[in-house]
Design a protein around this ligand. Structure first.
Ligand code: FAD
Length: 451
């Protein structure tokens, strides 16, 4: 067991690992050049859905299994968890999509119009059937991250901002961010969970965001993004998760993570080989840790040079203020080309998400993506037509070829990465696994497949 632990990265992965270690009696150090969670990190833009059953529609069964305890973990960590379930609906003409979704998932009951009116009255005049996942939950991700930061602060663990980021060249300089200060030392470093109101950041597309066109070469994935045949986000989602063939895919079979990994010459994606000296190449913190100290690398996409196969999957989202809309729980609208989910954030605020594009580009959302998201919201509830658009954001999710997260150990470095579209859902399970490894109950790095 090592009691000296330095965590690199204060996104959802790093903060969950830190929280889990504190709960087990350790006091880790957290380093993030950008300070507390904010627009620079992927975690800022998440929907916050804790939806293990719905995600099972396109993800491996491990995602459902590992995600089942997420809501309890977040609640124990001090986050406000909304346990109101979630709904999946579709327009009448796309009814077969709902049947397909039902076949591919568990944990749901089918509602008729009357049942839907009882659960979510605001949808009952437009939808006559729905799938209800009563055990699912959601958090406001920014508030949840702030709760972790506050809990860590109470335990005497602050976020230190010592070094410049390696692969976020769009991020402000240390001078902008306030170098070498603990998270509580400056207003800039204080976690914000406020939503843009016009004066605050992120009102419209084009405002500076987490990324500004950073493109990390991930081989075939980048080529897909450049394909002239740009597809709707559900179709794009299938490209990632195995529901439909890629253009040119072999024999019309789904493009699974294993196939993608094999195409990339990586062999079995569950056995990703780390570089022989993982703690050095591209690691700005090389030399910051003392001999015998463990480093937990939770830097998301910034760890690409150390983790072969790690790629970015771009997601775009919007936050609306829509007082005329009355939704109490996340709602997914299935659509062959423009699927959408809406997550209520209270006070008339709703997060709309999200595109899923094979690209590590972190620049502003495109017009096409925004039009698709907003149109789908309007189709779900015309009252969105009067909504104020408060934010449009974009970032790239870190993902391995099979879209499963990893806790990998190499020497004195443990990598927690590849959370893909399940950061809030799976970071608790990955944090437990990392803590087990650090405390000596597990010594071998494995993908979550074998957790
Ligand atoms: C639009 C969208 C919607 C999503 N919705 C959901 C959802 O509903 N539910 C869900 O579970 N997940 C969702 N996700 C996925 C989730 O957001 C990601 O899986 C998660 O944020 C990844 O977290 P991370 O901590 O690995 O990376 P990040 O949040 O990017 O954190 C990495 C951190 O590392 C820091 N860093 C960079 N370089 C260095 C360095 N040299 N030294 C130290 N630190 C460094 C960065 O500053 C950053 O703070 C969504 C994602 C997107 C984009």
């Amino acid at each position: 067991m090592s009691s000296r632990v330095t965590i690199l990265g204060a996104g959802v992965a790093g903060l969950c690992v830190a929280t889990e270690l504190v709960a087990r009696g350790l006091r880790p150090r957290i380093l993030d050049p950008m300070g507390a969670p904010g627009r620079h990190g992927c975690s800022w833009w998440a929907g916050g859905m804790l939806a293990p059953f719905c995600e099972g529609e396109s993800a491996e069964p491990e995602v459902t299994r590992l995600g089942l305890t997420a809501a309890d973990w977040w609640q124990a960590a001090g986050a406000q968890v909304h346990r109101r379930g979630s709904l999946v609906v579709t327009l009448a003409r796309d009814r077969r999509e709902l049947d397909r979704f039902a076949r591919r998932t568990g944990g749901h009951v089918r509602l008729d119009g009357a049942g839907l009116a009882g659960v979510e009255p605001g949808l009952a005049d437009r939808f006559t059937t729905a799938l209800h996942f009563p055990e699912e939950a959601h958090v406001d991700p920014r508030a949840a991250l702030a709760a972790l930061v506050a809990g860590l602060d109470r335990a005497g663990v602050v976020i230190e901002t010592e070094a410049a980021p390696t692969h976020h060249p769009d991020a402000p300089s240390d001078a902008d961010a306030g170098a070498a200060r603990p998270s509580g030392a400056s207003q800039d470093a204080t976690p914000r969970c406020d939503y843009a109101t016009g004066e605050a950041a992120g009102r419209v597309a084009g405002a500076p965001m987490g990324g500004a066109g950073v493109e990390i070469a991930v081989g075939r994935a980048v080529a897909e993004e450049r394909s002239p045949d740009r597809l709707g986000s559900e179709t794009r989602s299938r490209l990632v998760t195995g529901g439909a063939p890629l253009p040119g895919a072999k024999g019309g079979q789904a493009d699974t993570g294993r196939e993608r990994a094999a195409d990339a010459g990586m062999g079995d994606p569950t056995r990703i080989a780390l570089p022989t000296d993982p703690g050095r190449a591209g690691d700005p913190h090389a030399g910051h840790t003392a001999p015998g100290e463990l480093t937990v690398d939770c830097r998301g996409l910034a760890s690409c040079p150390l983790l072969p196969g790690l790629r970015g999957v771009r997601g775009e989202m919007a936050v609306l203020r829509a007082p005329g809309v009355t939704l109490d729980r996340p709602v997914r609208l299935l659509h062959p080309r423009h699927p959408l989910y809406i997550v209520p954030r209270g006070d008339g605020l709703y997060m709309l998400g999200a595109t899923q594009i094979e690209s590590a580009a972190r620049g502003p959302a495109t017009l096409r993506s925004v039009v698709e998201l907003l149109s789908a919201a309007y189709a779900l509830d015309p009252a969105f037509g009067e909504a104020e658009v408060l934010e449009i954001g974009a970032d790239a999710r870190p993902a391995f070829p099979d879209n499963l997260p990893r806790v990998l150990r190499q020497g004195d470095t443990i990598h927690v990465n590849g959370l893909f579209r399940h950061g809030f859902l799976l970071a608790p399970a990955m944090a437990r696994r990392a803590a087990d490894m650090i405390l000596g109950t597990s010594t071998e790095g494995r993908p979550c497949r074998s957790c």
